[in-house]
Design a protein around this ligand. Structure first.
Ligand SMILES: NC(=O)c1ccc[n+]([C@@H]2O[C@H](COP(=O)([O-])OP(=O)(O)OC[C@H]3O[C@@H](n4cnc5c(N)ncnc54)[C@H](OP(=O)(O)O)[C@@H]3O)[C@@H](O)[C@H]2O)c1
Length: 268
C-alpha cells in the first residue's frame, strides 16, 4: 500500500511522521508532496519518506491520497488531480468544512473519508473523528483507521454533521483546556506563587486529574462528588462555578464552535 500526503504543513507532516514512526508503511511507501519550495527543501532533508513536487509523479502511484492543504486551496488541487486519479483510490481529507459531496463532484472519485483531527496529534495524543462515504469498504475502513490512529485515537461517526460537532468538542477543545489552565495560572499568580510554581501547580493538576479519570470508570460528576465534601474547600469552588453558570457557558462555547464549523462549511 502506498500513501500520498498532499500539503506538508503542520497537519500533513504530523500524519506523514505518524505513519512513518508507526512502521505501518515502509519509507518508499510514504510520499509527501508540497508546492512550496521552502517546504520541499525541508522534505528533501527528511529521510523517512519520499518528497515530490509534481502531482503526475506521485498521484497515479498512490492507493490512498491524504489531503492536508488549507480549505481554500482545495478546489484548485482537486481540479489538478482529477485527470490523474483512478476509481479505486481513496481520498482522506482533513480539511475543515470541505464536504464529501464536493470532493466527489470535483475529483470524480467515490471513496472519500472526511476526518477532523486535533492539535495533540502532533505528539501522538490526537483525536481524529472521521466519516466515510458508502463506497469505502469495511477492509478499507480498517486500513484508514489504522493510518489515522498513528497520531493518537480515532472514532468513526455516522454523518458529516457529527464532524462539525466534533470540531466543537475535540477539534477546538484543546483551546478550552488552555483557557481553563490560563485562568488557574492567573489565580495562582494572584495568590503569590511565582510563574514557574503556577505553571507546575496547574499543569500537574490537569494531567493528574485526567489520568485519574482515564484509569477509572467514574464520570466527572462522580469524581467531583468524591473530592468535594460538604462545607469544604472544593465544594466552595464548585458552588461558585454553579452560581456563575459556568457549565452552561462552556456548553454555549462548544456550540459556538460547532455553529461556526457549519457556517464555514457553507462557504466552500
Ligand atoms: N492545524 C490544526 O489543528 C487543524 C485541525 C483540524 C483540521 N486542520 C486542517 O488541516 C489542513 C492543513 O492545515 P495546516 O495547518 O497543516 O496547513 P498549512 O500549515 O498551511 O499546510 C498546508 C501546506 O500545503 C501546501 N499547499 C497548498 N496548496 C497545495 C497544493 N495545491 N499542492 C501541494 N501543496 C499545497 C501549502 O503551501 P503554501 O504555504 O505555499 O500555500 C502548505 O505548505 C487544513 O485544511 C485545516 O483545515 C488543521
Amino acid at each position: 500500500m502506498k500513501v500520498l500526503v498532499i500539503g506538508a504543513g503542520n497537519m500533513g507532516l504530523t500524519y506523514a511522521e505518524g505513519m512513518s514512526k508507526s512502521r505501518l508503511l515502509k519509507k518508499k511507501n510514504i510520499m509527501v508532496l508540497d508546492k512550496s519550495e521552502v517546504k520541499l527543501e525541508e522534505l528533501n532533508q527528511m529521510d523517512h519518506f519520499d518528497a515530490f513536487e509534481k502531482l503526475d509523479d506521485c498521484v497515479p502511484e498512490a492507493d490512498i491520497i491524504f489531503i492536508a492543504v488549507k480549505p481554500y486551496h482545495a478546489e484548485a488541487l482537486f481540479k489538478a488531480i482529477k485527470p490523474l486519479v483512478k476509481p479505486q483510490q481513496i481520498i482522506i481529507s482533513i480539511m475543515a468544512g470541505v464536504t464529501i459531496a464536493s470532493i466527489k463532484e470535483i475529483t470524480g472519485l467515490e471513496k472519500i473519508v472526511r476526518a477532523m483531527p486535533n492539535l495533540p496529534a502532533q505528539i501522538g495524543k490526537g483525536l481524529t473523528s472521521y466519516v466515510i462515504s458508502p463506497e469505502v469498504s469495511r477492509i478499507e475502513t480498517l486500513t484508514v483507521e489504522s493510518l489515522l490512529d498513528t497520531t493518537g485515537k480515532s472514532i468513526q461517526v455516522s454523518n458529516e454533521q457529527l464532524i462539525d460537532a466534533s470540531t466543537g468538542i475535540s477539534g477546538s477543545g484543546p483551546a478550552y483546556v488552555f483557557y481553563f489552565m490560563q485562568s488557574m495560572m492567573e489565580a495562582a499568580l494572584q495568590m503569590g506563587f511565582s510563574k514557574n510554581e503556577s505553571t507546575v501547580l496547574v499543569s500537574q493538576t490537569f494531567s493528574g486529574a485526567v489520568e485519574l479519570f482515564n484509569q477509572s470508570n467514574l464520570s466527572p460528576n462522580s469524581w467531583m462528588e468524591k473530592v468535594a465534601s460538604k462545607g469544604g474547600t472544593t465544594r466552595a469552588a464548585l458552588d461558585s462555578m454553579d452560581d456563575n453558570n459556568i457549565s452552561e457557558l462552556i456548553k454555549e462555547a462548544a456550540f459556538a464552535a460547532f455553529n461556526r464549523a457549519v457556517e464555514l462549511g457553507k462557504e466552500h
